[in-house]
Design a protein around this ligand. Structure first.
Ligand SMILES: Nc1ncnc2c1ncn2[C@@H]1O[C@H](COP(=O)(O)OP(=O)(O)O)[C@@H](O)[C@H]1O
Ligand SMILES: [Mg+2]
Length: 289
């Protein structure tokens, strides 16, 4: 079946409420698969909603305050209640540091994070549209955007309902989950980023730029799987493409890949960096607009 036909096929099946089972999560998106459809070639992505769909267990990981407003919210909802409760629990041993104040704080923080993730998700869909408008959607895993979707989500037997935007994407093996590093055509990673850069789009994050994270292999083709790495923010990419940050990403990737017996990682990463670097970025950014 061609990619277009497959997309139509997926769309036809997602008119009504979807029944989805939890598959995996990242920081920005929760990922589901269709219930009772073993071997379904599609996954279903929604904005992360820790504290609603999945537990909000590690607030520090999922709520990393950056702006002044976020710092205020973070301290008011999470660190202050935690601090006060630790103080109180020293006096009242019955309170274990996870008392009502912290629970309320977590609820408020979770609400705020859900809103932020929804906004990020919508922005991401906007960048995907932009990639498509430049005729570059082949760089991404085959996908379908549903602007408004209803779904029943099942996470370990716990059911929640979801209504909102969804990204339906072809199921694939992400590189960080064990693709044989030396067997892929690394020029594809370079070409894809150069094409994106020319249109004022890029992926942020060292691993994403070097191709060791967020890309996937589908039918021997390299495509971007984690589209939340996409951005049109030039200064964000520029900040991440600094040589010392890429050195760090390269060393981490080599450690990880060589530990998995994949050897020769450094050879390939060094070749990629001959084309994915600050100089090439400055030359190419926006040159095709
Ligand atoms: N197309 C896909 N096929 C199979 N698994 C996927 C796919 N996309 C994501 N996943 C799984 O879901 C996890 C989170 O998805 P990801 O796109 O990385 O979200 P985030 O933007 O939050 O990082 C991935 O680490 C991977 O395990
Ligand atoms: Mg990810």
């Amino acid at each position: 079946m061609s990619v277009a036909a497959e997309n139509e096929f997926a769309a036809a099946k997602i008119q009504e409420e979807l029944a989805l089972n939890y598959l995996a999560t990242g920081e920005y998106q929760h990922v589901f698969q269709r219930a009772g459809e073993s071997g379904d070639p599609w996954v279903f992505k929604i904005p992360a909603a820790f504290g609603f769909v999945l537990p909000f267990e590690q607030p520090q990981r999922f709520f990393w305050p950056e702006t002044l407003c976020e710092k205020l919210i973070y301290h008011a909802t999470l660190s202050l209640p935690q601090y006060l409760e630790r103080r109180i629990s020293k006096r009242l041993t019955a309170i274990d540091g996870h008392g009502p104040m912290r629970r309320l704080g977590v609820r408020l923080a979770a609400r705020y994070c859900r809103l932020v993730r929804l906004r990020c998700f919508r922005e991401m869909l906007g960048v995907i549209d932009r990639v498509a408008s430049h005729g570059l959607s082949e760089i991404l895993l085959p996908y379908r955007i549903i602007r408004r979707c209803r779904a029943r989500l099942d996470v370990d037997g716990r059911q929640t309902r979801y209504e909102g935007p969804m990204l339906v994407q072809r199921r694939a093996l992400l590189f960080e989950e064990g693709v044989d590093f030396v067997s892929v055509n690394w020029q594809d990673i370079v070409d894809a980023q150069h094409m994106l850069w020319k249109c004022g789009i890029g992926v942020s994050g060292g691993g994403e730029m070097l191709g060791t994270r967020s890309w996937a292999l589908l039918d021997d083709r390299i495509s971007l799987a984690d589209t939340s790495a996409l951005t049109t923010n030039k200064s964000q990419i520029r900040a991440n493409i600094q040589p010392e940050l890429l050195d760090k990403a390269q060393n981490e990737a080599v450690r990880h890949l060589d530990a998995n017996g994949l050897g020769r990682a450094n050879y390939y990463l060094t070749r990629i960096r001959q084309e994915i670097n600050l100089k090439r970025f400055n030359e190419l950014w926006g040159s095709g607009l």
